[in-house]
Write a protein that binds this ligand. Structure first.
Ligand code: 5GP
Ligand code: ZN
Length: 112
């Protein structure tokens, strides 16, 4: 997508602090961290939000979670939270599917 920030990060047009990359996904640190460790895992292909996951593209979701588990192990994260905001009211501000991975502090429940 031409005007998508995360597509521009995938293409390298916008720089990012990369954590991990393979042919299907990219992980990079969030610009505005909400925890001592806060990175995002995104599919390289543009998928607008969790609402747009379907039988034809859902393989990438499992792949992203496998990548998250591997990164967490490599970073020695004993506990972490994975968050996907879907839609404006839920707090989604970038409309390219992404998984927030937050760690390094106590988390509250229910989330705000
Ligand atoms: P959302 O609000 O859609 O759940 O999450 C979008 C996240 O992307 C936010 O946490 C925001 O800080 C992060 N973000 C927005 N623009 C950029 C950017 O250009 N670079 C990086 N690294 N993160 C960004
Ligand atoms: Zn995109």
């Amino acid at each position: 997508m031409n005007d998508c920030i995360f597509c521009k990060i995938v293409s390298g047009e916008i720089p990012s602090n990369k954590v991990y990359e393979d042919d299907q996904c990219l992980a990079f640190y969030d610009l505005d961290p909400q925890a001592p460790t806060h990175f995002l895992v995104i599919p390289k292909a543009h998928i607008e939000s969790a609402r747009s996951i379907n039988a034809g593209n859902c393989q990438i979701v499992g792949h992203c979670y496998a990548v998250i588990a591997q990164i967490a192990q490599d970073m020695g994260l004993e506990s972490y939270r994975v968050v996907t905001n879907c839609g404006l009211q839920a707090g989604q501000s970038v409309f390219h599917l992404h998984f927030h991975v937050l760690a390094g502090r106590d988390m509250t429940w229910p989330p705000g």
